[in-house]
Design a protein around this ligand. Structure first.
Ligand code: 13P
Ligand code: SF4
Length: 301
């Protein structure tokens, strides 16, 4: 029996469902029941009927699935798969700023650990951050943890006052402007599609800025034939699958999230078989953090 057949058999036995982010390896994307960006996956996670969710992504994704499904078993193929940015903010600064600004909304990028969500008013993803911040009644916005997404949103919502935090994604922050320029010289017709986790100098030369799904939709709908993609290289698989006649270029130093790549078919089969690597979140944290996630789902629809 192949490893894929084994996973399919175990999935049936355990009443399991597999969720995967576009940044994981192609063979994991292939076997997933649902594949998407962070917003799509949280919407899906909120409405699942299966008993066991296997989340092929990084820790904040598994945690969010558990918070939205406290009665289900949530497993992660590799517990070491973490997001560095998810730890780059702290509860103390939230408490301090709440004292200082009475009309403050704490807006928490979903790429954050559950503890941070507990102190936040609403979660956002890169797909809905602008829409949600615009919809909030508050004038002051403390946006954690990502400074790049925060600045991007602030540019789109100039009527609000932003307080920034110094978190960032090491993968998107490493994308080099000089390497994009080099690609553009060789492929002058190519459109530049960029994730908002990239720094401003990259966003400023882009034709489109949006979440992983936004980039996929733009590439599919554009009449252009060539694209320079400024995000994690796992997206290449779906881009090429959906658009076999189009060409996609990534920078020479390819942006790779090593944590996402920790997930393998063998580890996926192992956790389904053994039930190991279960995500556990205390009832108190679930109660508090669920509010911020539910607020996001409600406002973003
Ligand atoms: P998306 O919200 O586009 O899925 O991005 C998630 C992420 O981790 C980007 O680095
Ligand atoms: Fe976190 Fe960056 Fe990896 Fe996304 S690509 S999971 S933000 S480290």
């Amino acid at each position: 029996m192949s490893i894929v057949e084994k996973i399919q058999r175990l999935k049936k036995e355990k009443d399991g469902v597999i969720l995967a982010h576009y940044y994981v390896k192609p063979e994991i994307q292939e076997i997933a029941d649902y594949i998407g960006d962070s917003f799509y996956l949280s919407k899906i996670a909120a409405g699942l009927t299966e008993k066991t969710i296997v989340f092929c992504g990084v820790s904040f994704m598994g945690e969010s699935a558990k918070i939205l499904n406290p009665d289900k078993t949530v497993l992660m193929p590799d517990r070491r798969a973490d997001c560095a940015m998810a730890h780059m903010a702290d509860a103390e600064s939230i408490k301090r700023l709440r004292e200082k600004y009475k009309d403050l909304a704490v807006v928490c990028y979903i790429n954050s650990m559950a503890e941070l969500k507990c102190y936040s008013d609403v979660c956002v993803t890169s797909a809905n951050a602008v829409r949600i911040v615009k919809a909030l009644p508050n004038k002051y916005i403390y946006f954690i943890p990502d400074r790049n997404l925060a600045h991007y949103v602030a540019e789109q919502v100039p009527e609000k006052n932003f307080i920034f935090n110094e978190g960032y994604c090491p993968v998107h922050e490493r994308i080099e402007l000089s390497e994009i320029r080099k690609l553009k010289e060789t492929h002058p017709e190519a459109e530049i599609l960029t994730h908002p986790e990239c720094p401003k100098n990259i966003r400023d030369i882009s034709d489109y800025i949006g979440s992983t799904s936004g980039i996929l939709n733009y590439a599919a709908e554009s009449e252009g034939k060539e694209f320079i993609i400024c995000t994690e290289n796992g997206v290449r698989y779906e881009l090429e699958k959906q658009n076999p006649e189009k060409l996609f270029y990534f920078t020479e130093t390819e942006p790779v999230c090593e944590d996402m790549k920790l997930i393998t078919l063998e580890k996926l089969a192992y956790v389904l078989e053994t039930g190991e690597n279960e995500i556990c979140v205390s009832d108190e944290v679930i109660k508090k953090a669920a509010k911020a996630l539910q607020n996001m789902l409600e406002i973003a629809g």
